[in-house]
Design a protein around this ligand. Structure first.
Ligand code: NAP
Length: 310
């Protein structure tokens, strides 16, 4: 039986609806949550992401503002801007869109964000809160992965979970969240020996690698749940054929656009797994929904109120 497709778009819209209702109640009590997004310079991909984030704020009723310092900004100038945002009470979340221009000390800038407003959850303070199971802000993409699992009623406690990828923004926090939810967690990376065999132990397999279709059916235990975090743009026709030969719909869009968005999981995995997130329409939509959730969570935590989920 083909895998059940876990519909991230629909889960994300449920979360946005819940966030919008929270925001409405908070605004009525004079506490409208606010998010400031910093976009330094003119990176076209970053501009698209930031536009999406500001638009999502408007849709759920969060106050959003965008700051666009010039490409030639110095570390000192950005630190001064962050300091101002840290002090402004109506701003609950500060998001610094990466990458920053090469002359800027990105680590220093990210460290300057008040951990209470760090809606990306990258600050070492929030990393520490996550690993010690204290209330804090959790990185959006792995938090979204957990929402997909929980809202799809996939059992986690006691299950073998394998995370492929150990980045600070996806792999490591995903592993920590799964551990906190009582899974038995293995984290794999580029030096892992016999990756397919390790992955085949997984009841829950999380792919956060950045390599199109690398996880083939040999990596997957029959009946496993597979969460595909990867987002890779494929432009090579031979690579496209390896992944989507015979898929008329994909072929049509590939020929029209010259590219297609592909996850780290090969489509053939749908024949082995019990449940699978698609790309696009899986983890991707959850990332912005969880940013909205985190902004509300930050607003509540800063006011001593407990957040409702995650
Ligand atoms: P990253 O920082 O490049 O980390 C990739 C990880 O994969 C590293 O830990 C690396 O191992 C491991 N890896 C690379 N090649 C491997 C191989 N052949 N075998 C085993 N492990 C291998 O990437 P990231 O930022 O975590 O992102 C991962 C993917 O998720 C990308 O496709 C990205 O676009 C996507 N993403 C999606 C969203 C979303 O909203 N859906 C958000 C963020 C990221 P080493 O540590 O040993 O180098």
């Amino acid at each position: 039986m083909p895998a059940k497709i876990l519909d991230g778009t629909s889960i994300a819209s449920d979360i946005r609806r819940e966030v919008a209702s929270d925001v409405k109640a908070m605004a009525a009590a004079g506490m409208r949550p606010g998010l400031a997004v910093l976009l330094v310079g003119h990176n076209p991909a970053s501009e698209i992401y930031v536009r999406g984030k500001v638009k999502a704020c408007e849709e759920v009723g969060i106050y959003g503002e965008q700051h666009s310092p010039s490409e030639s900004s110095t570390t000192a100038e950005l630190l001064a801007l962050i300091e101002t945002l840290n002090r402004r009470n109506e701003i609950d979340g500060i998001l610094v869109q990466l990458p920053l221009p090469p002359q800027v000390d990105s680590k220093k800038v990210l460290l300057a964000v008040d951990p209470a407003k760090d809606v990306d959850g990258f600050h070492p303070m929030n990393v520490g809160y996550l690993s010690t199971q204290r209330p804090g802000l959790v990185p959006c993409t792995p938090a979204g992965v957990m929402e997909i699992l929980q809202r799809s009623h996939i059992p986690i406690a006691g299950q073998d979970a394998v995370v492929v990828g150990r980045s600070d923004i996806v792999g490591k926090p995903a592993a920590m969240l799964l551990l906190n939810a009582n899974a038995t967690v293995t984290v794999c990376h580029s030096k892992t020996r016999d990756l397919p065999a390790v992955c085949r132990r997984a009841d829950i397999l999380i792919a956060a690698i950045g390599r199109a279709g690398m996880i083939t059916r040999d990596f997957v235990k029959p009946g496993a749940t597979v969460i595909d975090v990867g987002m890779n743009k494929v432009t090579d026709p031979a690579e496209f054929q390896r992944l989507f030969a015979g898929n008329a719909k994909r072929e049509q869009t590939f020929h029209a656009k010259g590219s297609t968005l592909v996850g780290d999981v090969h489509p053939e995995v749908a024949e082995v797994a019990a449940a699978l997130t698609p790309v696009p329409g899986g983890v991707g939509p959850l990332t912005i929904a969880m940013l909205m959730f985190n902004t509300v969570k930050a607003a509540k935590l800063r006011r001593g109120q407990v957040a409702t989920a995650s």
